[in-house]
Design a protein around this ligand. Structure first.
Ligand code: NZQ
Ligand code: ZN
Length: 384
């Protein structure tokens, strides 16, 4: 196991009715801006619960943060926050609202052009404190330091990370997800699955706790994900998936082990160029990525085959093939296509995607830096 430094201070308020508990964790006298997306929280009653819990502390509401939150929208929220002298942000929604709010929190304190935080490594020293009421289990943003922001004007989708934007608390009430459309439920399961894989399916580091935690999360998602498609109001299944998604990207799995993230980096560029949902891109890239890198990932692919898919018979190569096939079949069972053509994209804009990868310095990805632009090209070609 490698050395690690893990800091995961976010308080988790988990379960039915926990939105009311935020009143104990937002400072009395705070000036709170609630940030949200396209309106699902108005329809499912979540915003009413939030208003009630905040009472007088609620001074502004900013809605309209879109999936793959856009820089221009977020900068409008920064203006609102400034005008209202906001000193606490409460993000209510999925990963896009959480990420967008982290950026707003950082930009409110940032001296200089906030886009530099994303494009030029601008350091975020401090931020307005924020909490999250999560309504879509997927990204893990509610308990981590990262945020992914898009800029449609330039076709960029970029990432920043800072301890200053770690949420102070996150409310995880599984029943808020009863209203999710099937596509978003499926996206969440696939995203959490791929987060786990990116930190697990690399090369052995003799990290038994992390490996078995990862395998436990993968097995949970395989078991409970399909159940949610059949029974969207199954509270227990929602609870298991919600906690799995948080655990998949709150730092614990990736501590002390090699990490990959190449599937995500390719996926972000596909979203920027073709507009697919984040998880849709992952379901397309991952099977092709695993097939292309079966040699360097051989030992872990065999472990994954055995412990997650119960594949113990046949030659090593046959088991690896079967594990990759099982992964693809699982995504398809969730209703998420595993090829670009499944979304009607038969001629992907390969040069645009590869050009952005190059411009963003994504030319040596993966746990051993072996995913060059040539490898990315081959993966994308295999994913059509
Ligand atoms: O906007 P509203 O009306 O709320 O509708 C949303 C949105 O249309 C809807 N939704 C959310 N909760 C709902 C609901 N609809 C009904 N009932 C509910 N309870 O779902 C749609 C998608 O929401 P979004 O927040 O975009 O989805 P997700 O949570 O998958 O977030 C995706 C974003 O997170 C980034 C992605 O790149 C993408 O931009 N990621 C962030 C990461 C991080 N911070 O660590 C890591 C991830 O790998 C990922 O890159
Ligand atoms: Zn993801």
């Amino acid at each position: 196991m490698n050395n690690f430094n893990l800091y995961a201070p976010t308080r988790i308020l988990f379960g039915k009715g926990q939105i009311a508990a935020i009143s104990q964790h937002v400072p009395a006298g705070a000036r709170v801006m609630v940030t949200y997306g396209g309106g699902s929280i108005l329809r499912n009653g979540v915003l009413d619960q939030v208003r009630q819990a905040l009472g007088e502390r609620l001074v502004a509401e900013f809605g309209g943060i879109e999936p793959n939150p856009d820089y221009a929208t977020l900068m409008r929220a920064v203006e609102t926050g400034r005008a209202q002298h906001v000193d606490f942000l409460l993000a209510v929604g999925g990963g896009s609202v959480a990420d967008g709010s982290k950026f707003i929190a950082a930009a409110l304190h940032y001296r200089g052009e906030p886009w530099d935080i994303l494009s030029a490594g601008g350091k975020v020293e401090s931020a307005v404190p924020l909490g999250v009421v999560l309504t879509l289990a997927a990204t893990g943003s509610e308990m981590n330091a990262g945020a992914v922001i898009s800029r449609r004007e330039t076709g960029d989708k970029l990432f920043f990370s800072s301890e200053a934007v770690l949420p102070r608390f996150a409310v995880l009430d599984p029943s808020t997800m009863f209203s999710l459309p099937q596509r978003q439920t499926a996206n969440g399961v696939v995203d959490a699955f791929v987060h786990t894989i990116e930190q697990y399916l690399t090369y052995p580091a003799n990290a038994k706790v992390q490996d078995r935690m990862a395998e436990g999360l993968l097995l949970t998602l395989v078991e409970e994900g399909p159940r949610l498609l059949a029974a969207p109001e199954d509270y227990e299944a929602r609870a298991n998936v919600m906690w799995a998604a948080t655990m998949a990207l709150n730092g614990y799995l990736g501590a002390g082990v090699p990490q990959d993230w190449s599937t995500h980096m390719l996926g972000h560029e596909i979203t920027a160029v073709h507009g697919l949902d984040h998880a849709q891109t992952l379901a397309i890239v991952l099977p092709a990525m695993l097939a292309a890198r079966r040699a360097p990932k051989r030992a872990k692919l065999l472990q994954y085959a055995e412990r997650v898919w119960g594949l113990r018979e046949g030659s090593e190569d046959a088991r690896i093939d079967a594990a990759i096939d099982a992964t693809r079949a699982f995504f398809e069972r969730m209703g998420v296509p595993t090829r670009l053509s499944g979304h009607g994209i038969r001629e992907p804009r390969l040069e645009a995607i590869l050009g952005k990868l190059e411009a963003h310095g994504m030319t040596a990805l993966g746990e051993r830096d072996e995913v060059t632009l040539d490898v990315s090209r081959a993966v994308l070609e295999a994913a059509v």
